[in-house]
Ligand binder design. Structure first.
Ligand code: ADP
Ligand code: PMV
Ligand code: MG
Length: 387
């Protein structure tokens, strides 16, 4: 039997980085997904390997099960129901397995994703032969949560083929997990994110698992119901960066200037809480929407200023801010920054002509613009034969 899982990317409306240090952040799922297909060979296939195919990158990896057993002696899938962290020793052991595959130097950033796969796979299914295929609509390393979407999709596909979840195998099309099963997916995905990010807050895997819009603080989520139309332009500066290094940079700054950074984190906590309550409060007419949009714009600008304070902005991000400001539009980086993606609020009454002009200007700088649907569903799975 083959299962397909999909998990969405996300945007962070306020609070990235500060959320790692205990502040509130607000995030929404977007309608761009990472897909993982997983299947076990039949005995007649006579295949005793674990395979991982990263289809978009045209990379195929294969490990003989004997080699995995030799390197990862004590994992063996006994702990699938209680997610645990990958020890440093095991990360080193997995590095030897990843090393076997000679990933080209230009694609070495993928090694952490492959490491997360091997940890999640062996933790949940032990030493069983299988093939996993990954495709994604998300740009990698751009702040839209591709790492979390990958870990959620892996965890969902792995658990769907375990005896820990109950599913309707005859159901046609996408189906959801029960709440307690989603919790298990989320916990495993967080363990995968730890391998990729070092010190994740958990917001990305949580919003990818449960979908919609969430407020997140110290590992606790509160679902948010939006009461206003919210349209964001996402501009990908295409400047590559790595979340792990940026998160570590903020932590180092916090060690150097603990008091100043604590004030920054407190300010961001207030910004996120205020932003969440504006989004949730009822609106009566267009005027009320415009007022709320102006408040949101101001909060986004304040958040961006504080992100700059943390050292995670970038010349390319500043270029987007300047370009959008010419049209009186407010922007902030989203995700880890250092390049990656920028959000621009598109007010409800903004004319299509202005949007076209801003997009044309941003694209003339070499950036890529997209308008994604926000606040949609979380992870889902489907069995082969259905869509
Ligand atoms: N589809 C994918 N295939 C393989 N690795 C992936 C995939 N998506 C994400 N990754 C892993 O996640 C890393 C990017 O994560 P990160 O730096 O957190 O940025 P973001 O989560 O914003 O995209 C990649 O370098 C890779 O290791
Ligand atoms: C910077 C941070 O707040 C978000 C990182 O998101 P992304 O990997 O850049 O999509 C880190 C985290 O919360 O784990
Ligand atoms: Mg990430």
């Amino acid at each position: 039997m083959e299962v397909r899982a999909r998990a969405p990317g996300k945007i962070i409306l306020a609070g990235e980085h500060a959320v790692v240090h205990g502040s509130t952040a607000v995030a929404a799922a977007i309608d761009l997904y990472t897909y993982v297909t997983l299947g076990f060979p039949t005995p007649s296939d006579n295949d005793d390997t674990l395979k991982l195919h990263l289809k978009d990158m045209d990379l195929e990896f294969s490990w003989p099960i004997g080699r995995i057993k030799e390197v990862l002696l004590d994992i063996g899938g006994q702990a699938a129901s209680s997610p645990s962290s990958c020890s440093l020793e095991t990360i080193k052991a997995i590095a030897a397995l990843v090393g076997d595959q000679n990933i080209p130097e230009s694609k070495i950033g993928l090694a952490s994703g492959v490491t997360a796969f091997l940890w999640l796979y062996t933790s949940i299914h032990g030493y069983k032969p299988a093939k996993a295929v990954v495709t994604s609509e998300l740009p990698l390393g751009s702040g839209l949560g591709s790492s979390a979407a990958l870990c959620v999709a892996f965890s969902a596909a792995l658990l769907a083929l375990s005896d820990l979840v109950t599913l309707d195998f005859s159901h046609q099309g996408w189906q959801m997990f029960k709440d307690s099963e989603l919790d298990l997916v989320n916990k495993w995905a967080f363990e995968g994110e730890k391998i990729i990010h070092g010190r994740p807050s958990g917001i990305d895997n949580t919003v990818s698992t449960y979908g919609n819009m969430i407020k997140f603080k110290s590992g606790e989520l509160t679902r948010i119901k939006t009461n206003m139309p919210l349209k964001m332009l996402i501009t990908n500066t295409k400047v590559g960066r790595n979340t792990k290094a940026l998160v570590a940079g903020v932590s180092e700054r916090t060690i150097r200037h603990p008091k100043a950074m604590a004030s920054v984190f407190t300010a961001i906590d207030s910004i996120s809480s205020e932003l969440a309550s504006i989004i949730q409060s009822p609106v009566t007419d267009d005027l009320a929407i415009t007022e709320k949009e102006e408040q949101l714009e101001e909060l986004m600008e304040m958040n961006q200023g504080l992100l700059q304070c943390m050292g995670v902005s970038h010349a390319s991000i500043e270029t987007v801010l300047r370009s959008t400001l010419k049209y009186k539009l407010s922007s902030k980086l989203t995700g880890a920054g250092g390049g990656g993606c920028v959000l621009t609020l598109l007010p409800n009454l903004l004319s299509g002509t202005v949007v076209d002009k801003v997009v044309a200007e941003l694209e003339s700088c070499g950036f890529q613009c997209l308008i994604a649907g926000i606040g949609g569903g979380g992870m889902e799975i489907s069995f082969s034969g259905s869509s």
